[in-house]
Design a binder for this molecule. Structure first.
Ligand code: DX5
Ligand code: ZN
Length: 226
């Protein structure tokens, strides 16, 4: 049986003055909402933090997929789990002890995710998969929405997919960056089963319809090959 794809619209591409309405616009169509936290240190950009996530959490029931592009995630990530995030993903490049942080996040009631940025090889992290619920493979350089999809990043998706299959692991493989109607199929074919899309959802006149279209494209290719 082919698992169904997770579609996670990124509110980075939404209107920040109307965040709750923007999330409501994809409720019922999307599986998760992707929340990009950037701290102006780990990445040059600055977005939003815990107080906004806490407020937004009260405004919707859709699961939050929090993507922390921040330094010192050991200090800050547990707060997002405590705020009710469904999945909290921190960056491998920012964390000395990913297994310890993953355990902390799970103990706080969240799924634990590890993100791998464009210039980071995934191989050293494959042995950590049993401690993780999500691996997020960046298909751009983390920091800004609207960048061009990098197909060569899909080799990392294939590597993770192979290891997940061999170990019979329960790990979501998420891709983030440049995911749109013309790129989602190749990501699904490579083995991704969770798809972040900012511009390709919130840049459209009907975000919910955009989610449905992306889901159909991904579902059609998932489990087809590696
Ligand atoms: C960028 C963020 C992404 C971003 C993707 O570092 O992690 O989640 O919102 O935006 P698009 O889908 O426009 O590439
Ligand atoms: Zn993201």
């Amino acid at each position: 049986m082919t698992p169904s794809p997770i579609i996670a619209p990124s509110i980075l591409a939404s209107d920040f003055s109307r965040l709750a309405e923007e999330v409501h616009a994809i409720e019922g169509a999307a599986d998760w909402v992707h929340v990009d936290v950037m701290d102006n240190h780990f990445v040059p950009n600055l977005t939003l933090g815990l107080p906004i996530v806490q407020s937004l959490r009260k405004a919707t029931t859709i699961p939050f997929d929090v993507h922390l592009m921040i330094t010192d995630p050991q200090r800050w990530a547990p707060g997002y789990a405590e705020a009710g995030a469904y999945n909290v993903t921190f960056h491998a490049e920012a964390c000395d002890d990913p297994v310890a942080l993953a355990k902390t996040l799970r103990a706080a009631g969240a799924k634990a995710g590890l993100a791998i940025d464009r210039d980071t090889p995934v191989e050293p992290y494959l042995e950590l998969l049993p401690y993780l619920d999500t691996v997020l493979i960046m298909t751009i350089k983390a920091g800004f929405g609207g960048q061009k999809f990098l197909p060569e990043m899909l080799d990392k998706v294939r590597d993770v997919r192979r290891r997940v299959a061999v170990g019979h692991l329960d790990v979501r493989i998420e891709v983030d960056g440049g995911i749109a109607a013309d790129t989602i199929e190749q990501a699904a074919e490579a083995g991704a089963d969770a798809f972040v899309a900012g511009t390709a959802v919130y840049g459209m006149a009907d975000p919910a319809e955009a989610v449905r279209k992306l889901r159909a494209l991904a579902a059609n290719r998932m489990g087809n090959s590696m």
